[in-house]
Design a protein around this ligand. Structure first.
Ligand code: SF4
Length: 404
């Protein structure tokens, strides 16, 4: 297959070329899991993982084959595989992924071939006249003024219903994963507003590892709520000034692990436990942990003493009342027993708060939520006047964690 093929460099436009003005769902996911890795993944030196490589090549083939289906109606397994091999070779030359060895490379090559075969089988089963558009890459504006990039493999019409299809190459998605797929929800919104005559939109995931299909209908209310959430998340990403590493499920096989500050000290330590215990960092953290344990033991002891004191105070009150005493003496001190009253409010304060608001006395009793105010100032979510009243100063914190 030659001519007209999407330049292979575009295969990796997601991780490599996206900018903050063109935020993708992948950006949001990586940023929320590990901001440090997110920043690295946006650099030109990013090395794709084998599964990302296979996914990108298979999607490139699907894009090309869908274009043929649109003009010609159908595709064959042979031409899809030929396209796959060409695309694999070209992509491998430009962006070789992190295969462990040649047998790992062959395993992933066969995996990609199987996914392409399944794609051809699935589209032959569904027929081609339903396909309306393919390979959509657009930006959907969100509440709050931010935009997010949406990517749809295929758009079909079924009566007045638009079917948005996504081909999934990793077979690990569960029904819950798919139903909470925010990128698909935003794509559905895009379809409802951009495709003339689209009254309803349905999300459709085609799982190429199993050859199965899963559909989920639209709930406009939940789509709008998703748009608000995604808009807020894009705002947080855009405002980010720090990109700390965060241990997460992306750590195993992470391409930046060798330079990651989260693991740099652990990786620099010698294997031998005796030599390791001589390391300056190890000695300081061990001493820190010891103090933390002593503080915890002290807190437990204080809680126990307070409980004993509470029991004793009940006994003293009983003793004083029984004898008609106002004060009870010790050897060199005494306690005065004073009978007072205290107010106990209901545990659920909803009615109390409602009443205070209705009666106009809420302001008198409510307090400013300073932790939230500080957090909003930090995230740049307050107005400039408030921001200028605060100072942002260094605040070094230590989080002591057990090694798993
Ligand atoms: S190794 Fe883990 S913590 Fe470090 S950059 Fe990668 S994902 Fe983040």
């Amino acid at each position: 297959m030659t001519g007209g093929r999407t330049p292979v460099i575009l295969i990796f436009s997601f991780p490599i070329r996206s900018t903050v003005s063109n935020v993708t769902f992948r950006d949001l996911e990586e940023f929320s899991k590990c901001p440090y890795r997110f920043r690295y993944a946006r650099s030109e030196s990013y090395v794709p993982a084998p599964s990302e490589f296979v996914d990108a090549v298979v999607h490139s083939v699907i894009s090309r084959m869908n274009a043929l289906r649109l003009t010609r109606g159908s595709v064959t397994e042979d031409e899809a595989l030929e396209e796959f091999w060409d695309c694999w070779d070209e992509s491998y030359g430009l962006h070789p992924p992190r295969f462990k060895d040649s047998s790992d490379r062959i395993t992933h090559l066969h995996m990609g071939e199987d996914l392409v075969r399944t794609y051809v089988r699935m589209v032959s089963r569904y027929g081609s006249p339903r396909i309306l558009m393919n390979d959509i890459h657009s930006v959907r504006q969100l509440p709050g003024g931010n935009g997010i990039r949406i990517d749809i493999d295929e758009v079909c019409m079924r009566g007045e219903t638009v079917l948005l299809c996504r081909y999934v190459t990793d077979g690990l998605r569960t029904r819950t994963d798919m139903e909470s797929d925010r990128s698909m929800n935003i794509a559905l919104l895009w379809a409802l507003y951009n495709i003339p005559g689209a009254e309803y939109a349905v999300a459709c995931w085609r799982l190429l590892s199993t050859g199965t299909e899963f559909e989920s209908p639209t709930d406009r209310g939940s789509l709008t709520r998703t748009a608000v959430d995604v808009g807020r998340d894009v705002g947080v990403l855009r405002a980010a000034v720090a990109f700390p590493p965060k241990a997460c499920d992306l750590c195993p096989g992470c391409p930046v692990r060798s330079n990651c500050p989260r693991f740099a000290h652990a990786d620099s330590l010698p294997e031998d436990p005796d030599s390791r215990s001589m390391d300056e960092g190890v000695r300081m953290v061990d001493a820190y942990r010891e103090l933390e344990e002593k503080k915890r033991a002290l807190k437990d002891r204080i809680a126990m003493l307070e409980e004993r004191q509470r029991e004793l105070s009940e006994s003293i009150v009983g003793y004083a009342d029984g004898h008609g005493y106002n004060a009870v003496n010790g050897s060199d001190c005494y306690v005065v027993v004073s009978h007072q009253k205290k107010v106990v409010l209901p545990e659920d304060k909803t009615d109390v708060i409602e009443h205070l608001k209705r009666s106009g006395s809420y302001e008198r009793y409510s307090m400013v939520n300073y932790p939230r105010l500080r957090s909003d100032i930090m995230k740049g979510q307050t107005d400039a006047v408030l921001r200028n009243m605060a100072m942002v100063v260094p605040d070094d914190r230590l989080y002591l964690k057990r090694k798993s």
